[in-house]
Ligand binder design. Structure first.
Ligand code: C2E
Ligand code: CA
Ligand code: CA
Length: 698
């Protein structure tokens, strides 16, 4: 029958002669019935040597191979088969398709060796790539030239499972990468990724080009940051994309950025951040903004006495309380130490001052820390942006200046900035500079007599510092003393002054004018260790009798640390030096505590005298008298300061004061005037009080 077919067809036209594929047919008994030219060539036999022969005789090696199996199957069930076959004798790969036909089967053979090897290489390559991918910790995909996901690594799969758990569909191989990414990243970043990949795929790009992008990703409630890095794989058109989780790094950076702008202790914006915020407020819209500069009163004392932990907690509470008072959009920050700043946006001076008073009132309630109730107050400076001010630090400096003025006016004050204050601030700066550059040469000392109230005899003088300023003339201490104190110049100045005054007193004593010399000592100098030595050096160098030196200390400088003060005073007292408490009545120290110290004199502040003078109109100078008598029972002499009028003198006399000092008796005067003044008193009988009253009534 096969012969019929062959005869029937072959005689007419060989249907496969023009086919490039090798084609042959075998009948059900495995005899070749047809072999086309390509097949003959491929099998390396002549067609006529094969046709009519039993296949296994021609190719014994075929037995038991895949061909054997597949052909049998085709012949058995009549269904076509397609398979690959490696011919060992030829050493090549073939693709074989076998179709059943009525006489047996027709086989098409194609040499796929080259193709097969490429495929194999590709598979090997992918396997290799896959191994590399698996070793990569970040979620990684390999894209084919069409942007489809060809391969994913375990980390990517794990991420996918995570996604699945949060209800999302995981991405699988075969899907378009950009479609998948569209589900995780926002449009803006998606566009960046698409553009980056297009750039990589572009023909002008060589293998080895890369593209990097950091993007945020929101999966369910989890907000994460990833770094995408895409690179071409060698010469192929594949792109490998890694997705590294950089959330922690970004958080760290964010935390650093946050820290850079915030105060560790309170979590409030710090100086740098505040300046930024002020700048923004000034640039925005109307440019109206006001600053409130708060400086806590006496916070150092709180810190020293209650400990830093309590101090820190107090600062946190202060920050919290301020934040409660401001409007949304305003800012509260800490400049450091006990200084806070409130930035009020769209706010003019009047409103800002109102806010300042509100803040002040909010301090009326004491703060509670560690079971202690701590009362606090603040000095508040207010500065509103002026048309000329467009820079943040200028406004801050104005608010600072105003706060400084508030502080200077006493505690718990609000002070609004004025250009005059800026002038004052400028002056302070100039003073600081000049002091540093040796203005000590320009200092002079004036002396104001202290006289006995009962006899009018001259007791001594108080040395008062003056600055002979080359342009501004003679300046009194209030123009420069606080700057000198702040810049640390006051101690060297006082050292100089101790030398100068003791020498002066010794000179006068030699001339027969024995005067007790009073020198003012600042609190800082008193708490520094050098005071005792400075005094000893001055006494030694001048030869002045220590009994004729009086150190004037303010009650606050002594009250700050009474135990220490007591030790210092004891040492000074040991030299024979006397100590006076100055400005008594301006602090809050307990009289009993003060009088327990080894002091010789109590100088009653002018303010007490004027207050007593007002009261005296109602018939009493009782307060003054009470202080004086209490001091006297303890062997302490009292001095009335600021005796300006006959009434004052009368009053201090009635109160029993021992000594008086004031313009009524004598103004501070240069050293050269002192002997002249003393001889005038002597000439008038030695009673300076009588002389003063006489001079006045004339
Ligand atoms: P203080 O120690 O209370 O000095 C008395 C001040 O009152 C002096 O002012 C004096 O001129 C002024 N004064 C005297 N009598 C009267 C009066 O009748 N009426 C009025 N209204 N004032 C009178 P000054 O010289 O301006 O000194 C001011 C303050 O500066 C002093 O107050 C003292 O605390 C400080 N000071 C002055 N010289 C020195 C110094 O050498 N060292 C230190 N550490 N402080 C000094
Ligand atoms: Ca004094
Ligand atoms: Ca005084």
């Amino acid at each position: 029958m096969h012969r019929d077919i062959q005869a029937g067809h072959a005689a007419a036209v060989d249907p496969f002669s023009a086919v490039a594929d090798a084609v042959y047919r075998i009948d059900r008994s495995w005899h070749f019935t047809y072999v086309n030219a390509a097949a003959a060539q491929l099998l390396d036999r002549r067609a006529e040597d094969l046709v009519g022969r039993y296949a296994f005789d021609c190719f014994p090696e075929m037995a038991g191979t895949v061909i054997d199996h597949e052909y049998r199957a085709v012949l058995a069930d009549g269904r076509a088969r397609e398979f690959e076959y490696f011919s060992s004798p030829l050493g090549r790969w073939y693709e074989i398709r076998a179709f059943a036909d009525p006489g047996g089967l027709t086989a098409f053979l194609r040499d796929v060796d080259a193709q097969h090897r490429t495929e194999q290489r590709r598979t090997a390559e992918l396997a290799q790539l896959g191994a590399v991918l698996e070793a990569l910790p970040p979620a990684t995909v390999v894209l084919d030239g069409d942007g489809r996901i060809e391969m994913v690594n375990r980390a990517w799969t794990a991420n996918g499972e995570e996604l699945e758990r949060s209800g999302d569909r995981p991405t699988r191989a075969g899907e378009r990468y950009l479609d998948a990414m569209a589900r995780y990243v926002d449009t803006e970043h998606h566009e960046c990724i698409a553009a980056g990949l297009r750039g990589l795929a572009g023909t002008e790009n060589q293998a080895g080009s890369t593209f990097t992008l950091d993007y945020p990703q929101q999966i369910g409630p989890i907000h994460a940051w990833y770094r995408l890095q895409a690179a071409r794989v060698d010469a192929s058109d594949r792109i490998i994309v890694t997705h590294t989780d950089i959330t922690e790094r970004v958080r760290d950076q964010e935390a650093l950025a946050w820290q850079a702008g915030h105060d560790d202790l309170t979590g409030l914006p710090n100086r740098a951040r505040l300046l930024q915020l002020i700048g923004e407020a000034l640039r925005r819209g109307s440019g109206r903004a006001a600053l409130l500069f708060l400086d806590l009163d006496g916070f150092k004392t709180v810190n020293d006495s209650l400990g830093h932990e309590v101090g820190d907690e107090l600062l946190r509470q202060v920050g919290g309380r301020l934040a409660e008072q401001v409007r949304p959009g305003d800012a509260v920050g800490r400049l450091g130490g006990d200084q806070f700043l409130v930035l009020a946006r769209d706010c003019e001076t009047a409103e800002a001052a109102a806010l300042a008073f509100r803040l002040q009132t909010s301090f009326a309630r004491p703060f509670h820390v560690a079971g202690i109730s701590v009362p606090l107050s603040a000095s508040i400076g207010v500065a509103a942006a002026q048309p000329g001010i467009d820079r943040a630090h200028e406004l801050l400096s104005d608010a600072d200046t105003a706060a400084f003025a508030a502080k200077g006016a006493g505690r718990d004050r609000v002070h609004v900035f004025s250009p005059g204050l800026r002038e004052a601030a400028r002056w302070r700066l100039e003073v600081a500079n000049r002091l540093r550059d040796g203005a000590v040469d320009e200092f002079v000392v004036h002396y104001q007599p202290l006289v006995r109230v009962d006899t009018g005899e001259i007791e001594g003088v108080e040395a008062l510092l003056r600055w002979q300023h080359p342009e501004r003339g003679l300046l009194t201490p209030d123009a420069f003393l606080s700057v000198a104190e702040e810049t640390g110049q006051l101690i060297p100045i006082t050292r100089w002054l101790l030398g100068e005054t003791t020498r002066q007193a010794a000179t006068w004593a030699e001339q027969g004018l024995a005067l007790r010399m009073s020198v003012n000592i600042s609190a800082r100098h008193f708490s520094a260790e050098t005071l005792v030595r400075d005094v000893r050096v001055a006494l030694h160098d001048s030869g002045l009798d220590p009994e004729n030196l009086v150190l004037e200390l303010t009650e606050t400088s002594v009250a700050e640390d009474p135990t220490r003060a007591e030790d210092q005073l004891a040492v000074l007292r040991g030299f024979g030096v006397r100590v006076a408490i100055d400005d008594f009545g301006t602090g809050w120290s307990s009289l009993a505590q003060l009088l327990a110290l080894p002091i010789g004199t109590l100088k009653i502040d002018r303010s007490l005298l004027t207050a007593a003078a007002r009261l005296a109109a109602g018939g009493t100078g009782a307060v003054l008298a009470a202080i004086v008598s209490l001091a006297r029972t303890l062997g302490i002499r009292s001095v009335a300061e600021g005796v300006e009028t006959a009434e004052h003198l009368q009053m201090v006399r009635e109160a029993g004061c021992d000594l008086a000092q004031g313009y009524l008796l004598a103004h501070p005067m240069p050293a050269s005037d002192v002997p002249r003044w003393a001889s005038r008193v002597r000439a008038a009988g030695g009673d300076s009080c009588a002389l003063a009253l006489q001079t006045r009534s004339r």
